[in-house]
Design a binder for this molecule. Structure first.
Ligand code: JFZ
Length: 429
């Protein structure tokens, strides 16, 4: 009896502990944390207008006329396998795609609205089904962006955006729209195999205090796929039921884009999303892409803050990815091939982010990522002992001098690579 009790108590303690650490999503959270890089895709009928994914509200397009765009959406160059291969080549571990953005267009077959890829377009193919299959083949996890906002549905909450699309007045009853979203989420989590994460967006559109009933939405997701992660781009501290914390156009701790001022960093796995060019969704004149060195520094900067980078591409209306984007995927991939192990599976390192760069740690190895230094030596405050220092860019050992408070690295020259990496083997003092 005593033994049974003890075992029961132990099981209970394990269950409680599991719950505190993420319960059924604990494993998926850790896998996510180790991922380093994901690729974001913004694509839909809005891509056809070539002015970004906010074109419907930015230009006050009529909601009924907008739906007719779908009748011309026939992306003859769409090839999910090519997307997945190009993405895989970057070293990314997952893909997050807009299954439905604020304009309300669903990229997947849905019984709950005709405004979807299969029923409303001459293309008639389920893009999400094809991408899910291609991702499985390439070993990429699939994440689903899902908008809470809908600028075309009369029953969707009327927030700060989408006010000029001609929809009839909202009656204030959230029930029918909530039912619609639950129906769609059920489709998404039932018809496409394992979903790595659902990525909500649009919370910020309604006045503070509006109840989106996350308990019901999140509960449904975890009931359908217990290990599916939930993230929400609400720019606030994580809410109950969420598995990851999302930052937008900012590295955790920064607030350059003005979105992250209220987001205190919690203990959940972190992700920050950023564009390769300026726009999320395809824009004809959005041709200036960030140099690959800048993207690598952003990726490294995220890793040094314990975050994954979700790097965006806006495919063209014909379904192809801009060459500039494909080139960068390849270049990032070449870098990852050599140095991916210095960010994937690491945690933020001993030295907090500095102007010169960041640190990441894996076991007894500390990686020093020097991304902006105009000196040939660098002093690091450290409480551990350094046994060995190797420059990964040329494989050579470098000199160092240790004192009570840290170590002076003698780099031998002023670093000029996108990321000059020094690998330190450390031990306790
Ligand atoms: C959101 C979307 O609106 C955007 O289209 C894109 O999908 C991006 C990844 O996420 O961006 C936001 C989020 C919040 C605000 C503005 C844009 N905001 O608070 O004003």
């Amino acid at each position: 009896m005593k033994r049974t009790l003890a075992i029961a108590a132990l099981l209970c303690a394990i269950a409680l502990n599991l719950h505190a650490e993420g319960g059924a999503t604990a494993g998926a959270r850790e896998e996510f944390r180790r991922s380093g890089l994901g690729i974001f895709i913004h694509w839909g009928v809005s891509s056809m207008l070539g002015s970004g994914e906010w074109v419907m509200t930015n230009r006050n397009l009529d909601y009924e006329e907008y739906r007719r765009l779908a009748g011309a959406f026939c992306p003859s160059g769409f090839d999910a396998r090519e997307w997945a291969r190009d993405i895989k080549a970057s070293g990314a571990e997952y893909v997050c795609i807009t299954t439905r953005h604020h304009d309300g267009f669903s990229l997947f077959k849905s019984e709950l609205t005709d405004f979807n890829m299969v029923d409303a377009t001459p293309f008639g193919r389920d893009v999400i089904a094809e991408l899910a299959e291609a991702c499985r083949e390439e070993g990429l996890r699939l994440h689903m962006y899902y908008s809470l906002i809908d600028w075309g549905r009369p029953d969707a909450p009327r927030g700060g955006t989408g006010r000029g699309t001609g929809r009839p007045q909202w009656d204030g009853d959230y029930g029918p729209y909530l039912t619609f979203m639950k129906g769609q989420l059920t489709e998404l989590l039932t018809n496409y195999g394992p979903v790595g994460a659902v990525w909500f967006d649009g919370d910020w559109d309604m006045p503070e205090g509006f109840d989106w009933k996350y308990d019901e939405l999140y509960g449904l997701i975890h009931a359908l796929q217990p290990s599916c992660l939930i993230g929400n781009n609400h720019h606030l501290a994580p809410k109950e039921g969420e598995d990851i914390q999302i930052f937008e156009r900012d590295l955790p701790g920064e607030n350059t884009a003005g979105y992250s001022g209220r987001a205190t960093i919690g203990s959940l796995p972190l992700e920050t999303c950023q564009t390769m060019s300026s726009s999320w969704g395809y824009a004809v004149n959005d041709t200036i892409y960030k140099p690959v060195g800048e993207l690598i520094r952003y990726l490294v900067g995220a890793a040094g803050r314990g975050a994954n980078l979700l790097l965006n591409i806006g495919p063209r209306p014909d379904g192809t990815m801009p060459e500039e984007a494909v080139l960068r995927l390849r270049q990032i991939g070449e870098w990852m091939e050599q140095y991916g192990h210095t960010i994937k599976g690491t945690c933020a390192g001993d030295v907090p982010p500095r102007d010169w760069g960041v640190t990441t740690r894996k076991g007894d190895t500390l990686f020093v990522h020097i991304t902006g230094l105009k000196d040939s030596s660098l002093y690091l405050p450290l409480s551990c002992k350094v046994r060995k220092a190797v420059c990964l860019n040329d494989g050579k050992e470098i000199g160092f001098r240790q004192d009570r408070d840290g170590v002076l690295l003698k780099l031998g020259r002023v670093p000029d690579e996108s990321d000059h990496i020094i690998m330190l083997t450390t031990s306790d003092k």
